[in-house]
Design a protein around this ligand. Structure first.
Ligand code: GLU
Length: 422
């Protein structure tokens, strides 16, 4: 097996463990503690039946992995996708642990997923699947135990069904059991665009530090879901950047004059894809990633920047909107090329940060203005960015290693003061 094949063989969880191992050794962690950090606390697999619209009973499989809770209750999204696996959810739960720690949120990390294809399901089927899955995992979730949120192909409506199902079983409303809810049942202003807004703040800080002007900067965005669309929109509206390419799972579109993300979204709603948008050229997702641009935003699934395309990337900044888009080998190549990679656990942490704001508001039944949410999010992102940037300079490492150093030190300190039970 050559190096490239070996890299392709690495699962998301292999990557998550390798990252912990490298930084753990660097921090000279106790080997036993390092072993603990490389494994999740608990994993729940559930198989459950759902009545489909044609009256057939279909069995689905879902997971909730609770990775670590030393800093606070478990926290992390739930994704619906045909390729969800326990291995992937485990990696995503590990990344949530480091994400919350690097940002300084009082949470541990968790993640959930259901193997399904939401694109082929009716709203009624999705509701029944969500309610039954919630009921299956309700033995381990709760507002002070584990708080789910949206992720790939889950949204505010799905969160409302989770909140309602959990609440009906408790006998009273429990808004704090989930974040990313609709406003009317205790959601937070600004949660929907929060991940993308965080990506924008982090990229703005990176641009300042490398002397790049974001106005007129060219931006290519892979993925046009919640994160990709809102990032494209915010960079255009608030930074006057030029969005030269966007894509979805079917392929991408390019325009050297710049795209209007709002119009592209309307086109996607009408036709099901960004493809065929007027006055644009069709490109593949592979071509989009290698496009000459100032900022590349991978905002789709894991593993899009690998040893095979990293040498050909022509961007100055990679802002990781997705979780796990860059493999460790690709990281090494980009670092040598001088590309600034803003790692996922920092770059896309705006979502969980506003989830935290929502949880605090839900627990207090006291709600903030959009200005307050934006201001607090900006403060949190700028502070975390500076800490990671400074650590990278001091330790002469890339920003991902620096982010892990900051996050793991915090978790280890929590273990030190809490001690090992019993
Ligand atoms: N799914 C998002 C993430 O990967 C948000 C998680 C949350 O808000 O708990 O960060």
């Amino acid at each position: 097996m050559n190096t490239q094949e070996a890299a392709n063989e690495m699962s998301a969880f292999d990557i998550a463990q390798a990252q912990i191992e490298v930084v753990g050794k660097r921090l000279r962690l106790d080997p036993g503690l390092l072993e603990r950090l490389k494994r999740p606390s608990r994993e729940l697999t559930v198989n459950f039946p759902v009545r489909m619209d044609d009256d057939a009973i279909k069995v689905f499989t879902g997971f909730r992995v609770q990775y670590n809770q030393v800093l606070g209750p478990f926290k992390g999204g739930i994704r619906y996708h045909p390729d969800v696996s326990l291995e992937e959810v485990r990696a995503l739960a590990a990344w949530m642990t480091w994400k919350c720690a690097v940002i300084g949120l009082p949470y541990g990390g968790a993640k959930g997923g259901v193997i399904c294809n939401p694109k082929e399901m009716s709203p009624g089927e999705l509701e029944r699947l969500t309610r039954r899955f919630t009921s299956e995992i309700s033995i381990i979730i709760g507002p002070h135990k584990d708080i789910p949120a949206p992720d790939v192909s889950t949204d505010a409506q799905v969160m409302a069904w989770i909140m309602d199902t959990y609440s009906m079983n408790q006998g009273y409303s429990v808004p704090g059991v989930v974040t990313g809810k609709p406003l009317v049942i205790g959601g937070s202003k600004g949660r929907e665009e929060a991940t993308a807004r965080g990506v924008m703040y982090a990229t703005r800080e990176a641009a300042k530090n490398i002397g790049m002007d974001l106005s007129d900067a060219t931006i290519a965005v892979q993925g046009f879901g919640n994160v990709g669309y809102n990032a494209a929109r915010l960079f255009k509206e608030e930074c006057s950047s030029k969005i030269i390419a966007v894509s979805d799972s079917r392929g991408g579109i390019h325009s050297s004059r710049g795209l209007d993300p709002k119009k592209v979204k309307l086109h996607k709603e009408r036709t099901g894809s960004v493809l065929g948008f007027p006055d644009s050229n069709q490109v593949t997702n592979e071509v989009l990633l290698e496009m000459d641009c100032d900022v590349l935003i991978p905002a789709a699934l894991a593993g899009s920047i690998t040893v095979s395309n990293a040498p050909r990337l022509k961007t100055r900044i990679v802002a990781e909107g997705a979780n796990g888009p860059t493999t460790p080998e690709a990281d090494g190549i980009l670092f040598k090329k001088g590309v600034t990679v803003i790692p996922d656990i920092l770059c896309n942490a705006g979502g969980v940060t506003v989830s935290y704001f929502e949880w605090v508001q839900s627990l207090q039944h006291f709600f903030w203005s959009i200005e307050e949410v934006k201001k607090r999010l900006e403060d949190v992102m700028v502070k975390a960015f500076e800490k990671v940037w400074t650590t990278a300079q001091e330790e002469q490492v890339d920003m991902r290693i620096a982010a892990y150093i900051v996050a793991m030190k915090k978790v280890v300190e929590a273990y030190r003061v809490r001690g090992i039970y019993p």
